[in-house]
Design a binder for this molecule. Structure first.
Ligand code: ZN
Length: 147
């Protein structure tokens, strides 16, 4: 029965993009690592969601992680300003126009997510996702492949 339902669902969706293509689940750990180094973002998604699970054991203040979306060229200055903004601001300067979107900082065992519109990413620019927790950006970042 399940098989027929699946076929029916595919028939209904037709050419439309499936919800699965417009979101991805990633993890961050106590070794300051995401489990992926690149994320494919289909341009045709109206909205794209990155769900982050911090699978570490350490608390938010010690080993918190977030996901920030921005141009690769802005990554370092965003994280530098983020350190000054502090944990209360999720290590992002409030209203930082260079940030496309960002999640909250979460500690071990917690999850968060960030949503953005692929249409807001300009052609010809390199975009990345990264963690703005102080000291993490050198290890915790990856490329967004907008297709
Ligand atoms: Zn981190």
């Amino acid at each position: 029965m399940k098989k027929y339902l699946a076929i029916f669902a595919v028939a209904l969706l037709g050419n439309q993009v499936s919800a699965d293509e417009c979101s991805v689940d990633i993890t961050g750990n106590d070794q300051m690592k995401y489990n992926v180094s690149e994320i494919t973002v289909p341009k045709r998604c109206a909205e794209f969601t990155i769900n982050l699970a911090n699978i570490g054991k350490l608390p938010r203040a010690a080993m918190g992680h977030n996901v920030v979306i921005a141009k690769a060229a802005d990554k370092i200055v965003i994280t530098t300003d983020g350190i000054a903004a502090g944990l209360d601001n999720d290590y992002i300067k409030p209203d930082d126009a260079r940030v496309v979107a960002h999640s909250k900082v979460v500690g071990g065992g917690e999850t968060t997510s960030v949503k953005f519109k692929p249409a807001d990413l300009k052609d010809g620019e390199d975009y990345e996702f990264f963690c703005s927790f102080p000291g993490h950006v050198s290890l915790m970042w990856g490329k967004l492949l907008v297709k």
